[in-house]
Design a binder for this molecule. Structure first.
Ligand SMILES: Nc1nc(=O)c2c([nH]1)NC[C@@H]1CN(c3ccc(C(=O)N[C@@H](CCC(=O)O)C(=O)O)cc3)C=[N+]21
Length: 282
């Protein structure tokens, strides 16, 4: 048996086509959405991500405001750029690419929560806990959307999330246990005594540990959906948390690359369009 592919790259193309139409409607109403990015330093991965985000925006009619700062930039210098984008009406929303090597909580907190396209501002994470509407974190929502668009049943499913990081595992647990998702979630992490015992039970496994190959075929339930969110670089190549042996056992696997990564970009675009639409309604 070989698993079916949860194809994030193809789903990104579909979502872009849908969003391009909404951007065109916004333009008729006199609104041109704009994405801002703040990039600190010269990490090649971060440069690639930011470049990809701006290319995506250009394709669907969203303008770009790009602020690249040297690795030597101080906390105050980055905060000044954040203040500038908060005040810029051409900037619908923006993100501070992580990691910056600076006080990230202070930077995140300084972003206008209404412009927080990453959904990571403390106010927006608080809204997520409280069940209020607001921008949602892109990677976990992208993972859910990838399952939805391939008709993988989430309601009632036993989901094991591996990893409790702030950008994926922690918020994903909150999202999946909302009434609208209705999954039962087990959040595993480095303190979990018997990871295999939990994973064996799961209808859906989300691997976001950042440990290459930690999810192997022998611990996956036959027919399960397995999402590979881990990003490690092994010899310069992107390597996920899901071992190749999983493809022989699972029903669905998201590859890595071309799985959840592109979905993160899709949800970023979706957050920008939603903020812009909200500004028209206001
Ligand atoms: N404030 C902030 N917001 C982010 O959204 C954010 C961040 N910081 N820091 C870093 C991570 C990483 N991230 C990815 C985006 C796209 C792909 C993606 O599309 N990857 C491609 C290609 C990967 C490759 O080949 O290098 C793929 O999976 O097919 C991956 C990872 C967003 N991040």
């Amino acid at each position: 048996m070989t698993a079916q592919t949860l194809d994030g790259a193809a789903t990104l193309r579909t979502i872009k086509a849908e969003l391009a139409q909404r951007v065109a409607v916004l333009k008729e109403q006199g609104v041109v959405p704009g994405l801002g990015t703040v990039l600190v330093g010269d990490d090649p991965g971060s440069h690639w991500y930011v470049g990809a985000k701006h290319k995506d925006c250009a394709e669907i009619g969203i303008t770009s405001i790009r602020r690249d700062l040297p690795a030597t930039a101080s906390q105050a210098e980055v905060e000044a750029v954040i203040d500038e984008l908060n005040a810029d009406d051409a900037c619908t929303g923006f993100l501070v690419q992580q990691p910056t090597g600076l006080d990230e909580f202070a930077l995140l907190s300084r972003v206008d929560p209404d412009k927080d396209v990453d959904g990571l501002h403390p106010t927006n994470l608080g809204k997520l806990v409280l069940g209020e509407s607001g921008p949602l974190p892109c990677t976990p929502v992208g993972a859910i959307e990838l399952l939805r668009r391939h008709d993988v049943e989430i309601a009632g499913a036993e989901v094991v999330v591996v990893g409790r990081g702030l950008t994926v595992g922690r918020p994903l647990g909150l999202l999946l246990t909302r009434r609208s998702e209705n999954a039962t979630v087990t959040l595993c992490h480095t303190g979990t005594r018997d990871l295999a015992a939990h994973v064996r039970n799961a209808d859906i496994v989300v691997a976001a540990a950042g440990v290459p190959g930690i999810i192997t075929g022998d611990i996956v339930k036959p027919g399960a959906a397995v999402l590979d969110v881990g990003v490690s670089r092994v010899d310069g190549k992107v390597t996920g948390d899901v071992h190749a042996s999983v493809w022989d056992v699972a029903g669905w696997v998201s590859p890595n690359p071309k799985g959840v990564g592109p979905m993160t970009r899709a949800m970023l675009l979706s957050n920008i369009v939603e903020i812009a639409e909200k500004s028209v309604r206001a």
